[in-house]
Ligand binder design. Structure first.
Ligand code: COA
Length: 381
């Protein structure tokens, strides 16, 4: 019987494997450092905006004032979605919001004037369009599920403010706008994460831009990736009060269950993005009379201190879910917010893949039987 060579090392989950080189983001998991094109995430979270980060990720440098104004105008001008796509969203209104977003993104390709043009210029136009259109689809689906009419996008508000406006039908205040803007900046890019990897795999086959993004949205859905903020919020609701934290966490760990919003494939120390969502939660929680979520989370941090020795620390989703909740955003929408924030990073990964494309096609080490004799069905016991 033939055998399969067993000597090559396996890299299950592609853990610690470098797929390619990148200039888009740098992550140091030991130090807890994240850079977008060389710029520290702390500076970007505190001093930049989502629109500026889009420019940075797509062009590899910070924009001048007029370049930023041009991109901002394009993003605003591309927010509308064809009515046919809103109809598709209406047809799938009972789907999970991320599934509706994925379906809407797929439907958009049928109406995109650049769908068959994969030139660098057309890819950038599609990145701008999808970045602007995904929030419109997400908000329209939410309103349809609430029995309300979708709100037409604003032509004047920022990307973050317009999203909240389309969701709730009123212009958000500065703290709410800032929280979503920071959230989108923090989520915009993160190396070879599973959804960006999916986008790259699809792009590497020379599939069109919309297909790459649809693959990324689909991959984001799982709780090990995009679903964690929702899981954290469910955990907080189960806990209910800071007094219940110790018992809840101890019994959860005793059952071998994970603490959501903690642990990361790359970070062995605290995710540098977490502190910015913590600041937003502190501001919003106090203002909206929801200080208890912050207190529960801080008690969880204390009780889970022993996990730090195993390299399990807070990730970006630890505080994010509570921020969304305090803003009145329903839990089922949390993953979609991640997708809206990550959209420019997916696009940047696709651009980079295309610049020097090579089909991504690893091997599987076969572990099954070999050369079995085919037995006709009538002779099988
Ligand atoms: N709570 C408790 N233990 C955890 C944990 C958590 N959140 N995350 C990892 N661990 C433990 C595992 O149980 C495992 O322990 P063991 O070696 O004793 O079996 C060890 O840490 C390694 O876990 P593993 O799943 O192999 O690591 P990974 O790199 O594949 O996991 C995540 C990364 C993100 C999937 C994982 O940390 C997780 O599930 N976190 C919770 C979900 C979450 O917040 N995801 C958002 C990521 S941004």
């Amino acid at each position: 019987m033939a055998t399969v060579p067993q000597d090559e090392a396996l890299a299950r989950g592609l853990k610690n494997v470098y797929l390619d080189t990148t200039e888009t983001s740098f992550i140091d998991g030991e130090e807890g450092k994240l850079l977008y094109h060389g710029y520290n995430i702390h500076d970007l979270a505190e001093r930049s905006t989502f629109e500026e980060v889009c420019f940075l990720l797509w062009h590899g440098r910070l924009p001048t004032r007029s370049e930023l104004a041009d991109l901002d105008s394009l993003l605003k001008a591309n927010r509308a979605v064809p009515p046919e796509v809103i109809e598709v969203v209406r047809l799938v209104k009972d789907a999970h919001p991320l599934d509706a977003l994925r379906t809407g993104a797929s439907a958009l390709s049928a109406f995109d004037p650049d769908v068959n043009d994969e030139s660098t210029e057309a890819q950038l136009r599609k990145a701008i369009r999808l970045t602007s259109q995904l929030p419109t689809i997400c908000a329209a689906h939410y309103r349809i599920t609430q029995g309300q009419k979708p709100v037409a996008p604003s032509q004047s508000m920022s990307h973050a403010a317009n999203f909240l406006y389309m969701l709730f039908g009123k212009e958000p205040d500065e703290d709410a706008r800032k929280a979503i803007d920071v959230d989108f900046v923090l989520h915009a890019e993160h190396g070879a994460n599973a959804s960006a990897f999916s986008a790259r795999v699809t792009a590497s086959t020379a599939a069109d831009f919309h297909s790459d993004i649809v693959a990324a949205i689909a991959t984001l859905k799982g709780p090990a990736h995009g679903g964690a903020a929702e899981e954290v919020m469910k955990m907080l609701e189960e806990i209910g009060s800071p007094d219940n934290v110790d018992e809840y966490i101890r019994s959860r760990l005793a059952r071998g269950e994970r603490i959501m919003g903690m642990g990361h494939r790359v970070y062995r120390v605290e995710d540098p993005r977490a502190r910015h969502m913590k600041e937003r939660l502190l501001v919003l929680g106090q203002k909206m009379g929801h200080a208890e979520w912050y207190q529960i989370l801080e008690r969880i941090v204390e009780v889970t201190a022993p996990l730090r020795a195993k390299g399990i620390s807070l990730n970006v989703d630890f505080y994010a879910g509570a921020v969304y909740y305090v803003l009145g955003i329903p839990e089922e929408l949390f993953i979609s917010l991640f997708a809206l924030g990550r959209m420019p990073g997916w696009a940047a990964n696709i651009f980079e893949q295309w610049k020097n494309n090579m089909l991504i096609r690893p091997l599987m080490k076969y572990n099954g039987p070999m050369d079995l004799e085919y037995v006709p069905i009538e002779q099988r016991g």
